[in-house]
Design a binder for this molecule. Structure first.
Ligand code: FAD
Length: 302
C-alpha cells in the first residue's frame, strides 16, 4: 500500500486535490467528471471530506472506496470524531481497511449546524480532539494519518502558542503530514511551517489553495472560517464587484502567484480545494507548468 509520505518523497512538484461527498446522483456525475479530468495529471493523492452526518457520510465512504477500486488515484479518507462513539469510529476505520484505504485524514470536525461558534460537545462514548483520533487510528494497524493545520490558528484556540502546541500533539500522536485550511498568503504558510518546526512538528505541511473569484465568496469564506481578511485581495475583488470575468481573473492570478511562491518556499505539494470541479485547478497547474509533461497533456484536452 502506498502512503502519502511516499508519494510526497518522489521528485516533485506535487499537487493533491480535495473533493466533498455529493448530495445526489447529479452531483456525483459532476464529481466523477472532475476525477477523470484530474486523474491523468497524477495528483499525489485525492482526499474526500467526511460529511456532517447520515447519508453524506455513507457517500464519503462509498466514493472513497470507488476511487480506490476504479481509478489509479491514491485516496485519502477524511474522518471526523463528531457524533461518533469510539466503537463507531473503529467500524468506519475498519470498513476503509477492508477496501484497501489506509490513508486517513483525522479531524475533530465542527459541531453540527450552521453556527461555527456553537459549543463543541463530544459524543459521550467518543473522542474530544483530533489527536485522540490520530492515536486511535494508528493503534488499529497499518494506517497512515494526516491532520489539519490552521495558518491563522484554529478559531477556538486561545492563542498561537497553544494552537501550535496542540498541533504538535497531533504529530506526536502519529500523524505523518498536515494539510492547511485554504490560505491567501504564502507568508501565512511560512509562519505556520516555522512555528510547527520550532515546536518539534517536523512533517510535510501542504498549503490549501482555492482561487477565490468574487468578493462575496471571499467574505463567505471569512465568515465560515474566521480567517483574517487578505486586505489587498479583498480590495481588488471589491473594485470589480459585479464583473464576474474580472473577479475570476483576479482570483486566478492571485492563486497562481501564491502557488509559485509556495513551491519556491519548498511546500511539499499544493493541495487544491476543488469543490468537485476541475477547471480552476487545471488552469493553475497549467500556469505553473505542472500540466505539461507528456503523460499529463491529455487532461488539458478533455
Ligand atoms: P483539533 O486538532 O482537535 O483542534 C480543535 C480545537 O481544539 C483547536 O482550537 C485546538 O487548538 C484545540 N485543542 C486541541 N487539542 C487540545 C487539547 N489537548 N486541550 C485543549 N484544546 C485542544 N470538517 C469536517 O467535518 N469534515 C472534513 O472532512 C473536514 N476536512 C478538513 C480538512 C482540512 C484540511 C481542514 C483544515 C479542515 C477540515 N475540516 C473538516 C474542518 C475541521 O474539522 C474543523 O476545523 C474543526 O473545528 C477542527 O478540526 P481539527 O481536526 O483541527 O481539531
Amino acid at each position: 500500500m502506498v502512503t502519502v509520505r511516499e508519494r510526497l518523497a518522489a521528485p516533485g512538484p506535487h499537487f493533491s486535490v480535495e473533493f466533498f461527498p455529493p448530495r445526489d446522483d447529479a452531483e456525483e456525475s459532476t464529481l466523477w467528471l472532475a476525477i477523470r479530468k484530474l486523474e491523468p495529471l497524477r495528483p499525489a493523492f485525492v482526499s474526500v471530506t467526511y460529511g456532517a452526518g447520515g447519508s453524506r457520510r455513507d457517500r464519503t465512504i462509498r466514493i472513497t472506496e470507488r476511487i480506490a477500486a476504479e481509478t489509479t488515484l491514491l485516496p485519502v479518507a477524511h474522518l471526523t470524531a463528531v457524533g461518533h462513539s469510539v466503537a463507531e469510529l473503529r467500524h468506519v476505520i475498519g470498513s476503509y481497511a477492508s477496501v484497501g484505504v489506509r490513508n486517513i485524514l483525522a479531524l475533530r470536525g465542527d459541531p453540527p449546524g450552521e453556527d461555527p461558534s456553537a459549543e463543541w460537545i463530544p459524543h459521550p462514548q467518543g473522542l474530544n480532539y483530533a489527536s485522540d483520533l490520530v492515536a486511535l487510528t494508528c493503534s488499529l494497524g497499518d494506517f497512515h494519518v494526516g491532520v489539519a493545520a490552521f495558518p491563522d490558528m484554529h478559531p477556538r484556540s486561545p492563542d498561537l502558542e497553544s494552537d501550535t502546541r496542540y498541533f504538535a500533539e497531533k504529530i506526536a500522536a502519529g500523524a505523518e503530514y498536515a494539510i492547511t485550511q485554504m490560505l491567501f498568503s504564502a507568508q501565512d504558510y511560512i509562519g505556520l511551517r516555522d512555528r510547527a518546526l520550532a515546536a518539534g512538528a517536523d512533517v510535510p505541511i501542504l498549503p490549501g489553495i482555492m482561487p477565490v473569484t468574487s468578493y462575496a465568496r471571499l467574505m463567505r469564506i471569512i465568515e465560515l472560517s474566521g480567517q483574517r481578511i487578505p486586505t489587498d485581495l479583498a480590495e481588488r475583488l471589491l473594485a470589480v464587484q459585479g464583473d464576474a470575468a474580472a473577479g475570476r481573473e483576479i482570483g486566478m492570478q492571485h492563486a497562481i502567484q501564491m502557488s509559485h511562491q509556495l513551491l519556491a518556499e519548498g511546500a511539499p505539494a499544493l493541495h487544491f480545494y476543488t469543490f468537485n470541479r476541475s477547471k480552476a485547478t487545471l488552469e493553475v497547474l497549467a500556469a505553473l507548468g505542472m500540466a505539461g509533461t507528456p503523460d499529463r497533456e491529455p487532461a488539458l484536452q478533455t
